[in-house]
Design a protein around this ligand. Structure first.
Ligand code: HSE
Length: 441
């Protein structure tokens, strides 16, 4: 549709839950400021929602519960999708784009899993599908990577990109609180996904990492190739051992360009306490990005919550309203920042990744066990960096080991052999340790 230099920019919102409600609040609260920045009125003219809270009723032009009514409304210039999930969000967005409307979405699952086709559709219709709020809540990391760092070859990025997970790990580490209690609180605070398994099992972080990796390396979105571990297996015992060794455990998303291919992985990670990312706590997110020209830069701030996420949604709205006010008919940039994607760059299997490791091996306290474990690791060319075995009154005692850098395939073989030893009496816990030396590879 793209009205040239229209007098007013009309917005439709579908879904008025946490993020949609926050968006409406920011648009209302900062209306004058926003219009000064855009140069013309920015008006919410149509809202479809199934959840209208009493405090939202005044002045909200709710036309009903049908999101397609907004996607098909000829007066709407831009549709804000804050329903979440795929059904009906995918079809609503598809319909709006096909009708020539810009779309702003906070839906990371939609972008990570269906973004390739939706971006192509947006381009075909000469409109934008903007998604700043889909990653890291209020941190403008999409525009930073795509625009601010556009001069750089990005070597790697690593981030705490799930606010709920960081909140849980922080509260467990700092106050010894129980996982389930903190998760419940994160839900009450509006941080968690509708299905909190997405937060706890790393799916939400994997969606976000998929998006960041595509912008960083110019590769198509490949959620199915992102290796994913959640935080549900992180115990107070591991947090305490990590602490004794000078580390904290954080849930990280890591994307790295290597000579062999691209790493895309999400998992609990031990970070030395002195590292910047180790000190990002609570619901905050942070992303450390290394570019060949600029070196390392860090972006941090609130990663979840109504107002933080709305800050990014409204920034996208302003961006597109400005384009319309200026009479720009076509989007000024490709969705992921590339006119041509790197389709040959392969995503590495997790077994090809090299890392340092934290191991906790539950064993019976018998002569020769430690020596046997050391021998197996040595056979697989894995050097030990540090070991802890505390005194224990019981027969069972964990051996905790930090290794030097090793290939995961070799570590897996070593752990298989170790687990067959008669003295090993439980599941071996393994977590990756990241030193972030900087530079390329
Ligand atoms: N559940 C998400 C989080 C919301 O905790 O980070 C923001 O994407």
């Amino acid at each position: 549709m793209n009205k040239q230099a229209a007098q007013q920019f009309n917005i439709g919102i579908v879904g008025l839950g946490t993020v949609g409600g926050g968006t409406l609040e920011v648009l209302t609260r900062n209306k004058q400021l926003i219009e000064q920045r855009v140069g013309q009125p920015v008006v919410v003219t149509n809202v479809a929602t199934r959840t209208l809270r009493p405090e939202q009723v005044a002045g909200v032009p709710v036309s009903g519960t049908d999101p397609f009514a907004v996607a098909n409304d000829p007066n709407v210039d831009l549709l804000v999708e804050t329903i979440g999930g795929f059904d009906p969000a995918f079809e609503v967005v598809r319909q709006a784009l096909a009708n020539g409307k810009h779309v702003v979405t906070a839906n990371k699952a939609l972008i990570a899993e269906r973004g390739n086709e939706l971006f192509a559709l947006a381009e075909q219709h000469g409109v934008c599908l903007a998604y700043e709020s889909s990653v890291a809540g209020g941190i403008p990391i999409i525009k930073t990577l795509r625009d601010g760092l556009a001069a750089n070859r990005i070597d790697w990025l690593a981030g705490i990109i799930n606010g709920t997970g960081n909140y849980i790990l922080t509260e467990m580490s700092a106050y010894g609180r129980l996982f389930a209690d903190v998760l419940k609180e994160a839900q009450e605070l509006g941080y968690a996904e509708a299905d909190p398994t997405f937060d706890v099992e790393g799916i939400d972080a994997a969606h976000k990492l998929t998006i960041l990796a595509s912008i960083a390396f110019g590769i198509p979105l490949q959620f199915d190739k992102t290796y994913t571990e959640g935080i549900s297996y992180v115990t107070p015992e591991d947090i305490s051992y990590a602490n004794d060794l000078g580390y904290v455990i954080k849930h990280l998303g890591i994307a790295r360009r290597t000579p062999k291919g691209v790493e895309m992985r999400v998992h609990p990670t031990l970070l030395a306490k002195s590292q910047l990312l180790a000190n990002v706590n609570g619901v905050d997110n942070a992303i450390l990005v290394h570019g060949d020209a600029v070196g390392s830069t860090l972006y941090s701030g609130p990663g979840a919550g109504a107002m933080a996420t709305a800050s990014s949604v409204v920034a996208d709205i302003i961006d597109l309203a400005r384009q319309q006010a200026a009479g720009v008919g076509k989007p000024v940039y490709p969705s992921l920042g590339y006119t041509q994607m790197e389709t040959e760059l392969r995503v590495l299997d997790i077994e090809d990744v090299e890392s340092e490791y934290y191991l906790r091996i539950p064993v019976q306290d018998k002569v020769g066990v430690m020596a046997r474990i050391a021998t197996v690791l040595e056979t697989h060319n894995i050097n030990i960096e540090a070991v802890i075995q505390k005194e224990s009154e019981s027969d069972e005692v964990p051996i905790v080991i930090l290794t030097q850098r090793a290939i995961e395939r070799e570590l897996n073989k070593a752990l298989e052999e170790i687990s067959e030893h008669a003295a090993v009496c439980g599941e071996i816990i393994r977590m990756r340790v990241e030193p972030f030396h900087g530079g390329g590879n």
